[in-house]
Design a binder for this molecule. Structure first.
Ligand code: PAF
Length: 276
């Protein structure tokens, strides 16, 4: 496995790479969810690449950039185990050199849900992802459904800007008790870790109600909030039942819907979702 940290070295290595190339963009502190993306890329691509870059521009001023967990040796060992061919580990100066002043701003969809609570977040995501797409020129890039809105926003950008990279979405990987895997789970204290299972329980409740014929979106939102309210450590930021493609809030669930939420458990912000 080759590890490169400059754009010049990356270009040299990619020039010799067999096609198709698969890219797994990450911010490091990898877990089984990332491993599943690499495994899928391994099955579908001749050359599997990953990037590890804690992207400062997608963090708000009051967010966890400085304390975001990092463990490069462990990440590299995992990527090697999963059969990655090349890892790109740039510095912030490589990605945002002095004078950098060009941004990728996807429209309406980025103003909702995560975009409302984290203004500017998606601008940072799409800017760095477009740069990675430009550098890697990968045939496919692999993202987790856990970040449902990110997936939609990146797909929109890839289509609108003709990136030529197919965005492949892989299922959320969960702990045995249902908690969606996330690098941020590491912030949870033991009692918060237990409390955090309430997110998935509330999503499953919505799914059960919907399977039982409930179509009123407000009734479903309320039912999800009621389950979340049973956990005193959980503070809800939003619960949404929205159109799966546009993320517009629904009145009725008569079309494919995304149930998504952001919940603070202690000081840790968790997101999760399911498709109805
Ligand atoms: O999902 C992530 O880890 C990040 O948002 C991404 C896509 C690597 C961009 O920094």
């Amino acid at each position: 496995m080759l590890v490169v940290s400059t754009i010049a070295d990356l270009r040299r290595a990619l020039a010799r790479a067999p096609r198709p190339v698969g890219l797994v963009p990450t911010m490091g502190y990898l877990h089984e969810g990332h491993a599943s993306l690499v495994r899928r890329a391994r099955r579908e691509c001749a050359f599997v690449t990953a990037s590890i870059f804690v992207n400062p521009t997608q963090f708000g001023p009051a967010e966890d950039l400085a304390k975001y967990p990092r463990d490069l040796p462990r990440d590299l060992a995992m990527l090697e185990r999963e059969g990655t061919d090349l890892v790109f580990t740039p510095s912030p100066e490589d990605i945002y050199p002095k004078g950098f002043d060009t941004w990728v701003d996807v429209g309406a969809m980025t103003k909702r849900l995560e975009g409302e609570v984290r203004p500017g977040h998606f601008r940072g995501v799409t800017t760095v992802v477009l740069k990675l797409f430009n550098e890697f020129r990968a045939e496919r890039a692999y993202f987790g459904q856990k970040d449902a809105q990110q997936v939609l926003v990146v797909k929109r950008m890839a289509a609108d800007l003709d990136t030529g990279t197919e965005v492949v979405v892989c299922p959320t990987v969960r702990e045995p008790d249902g908690l969606a895997m996330s690098s941020r789970n590491t912030y949870l204290k033991p009692e918060e870790r237990k409390a955090a299972t309430v997110l998935y329980r509330s999503l499953c409740h919505a799914q059960e109600l919907c399977s039982g014929g409930e179509r009123n979106a407000e009734t479903l939102r309320r039912a999800v909030r009621d389950v979340l309210a049973t956990e005193p450590r959980a503070r809800v930021q939003y619960v949404s039942i929205a159109d799966q493609a546009t993320l517009e809030e629904l009145d009725r669930v008569d079309q494919p819907a995304l149930v998504s939420m952001a919940v603070l458990v202690g000081a840790t912000r968790l997101i999760d979702n399911i498709l109805l």
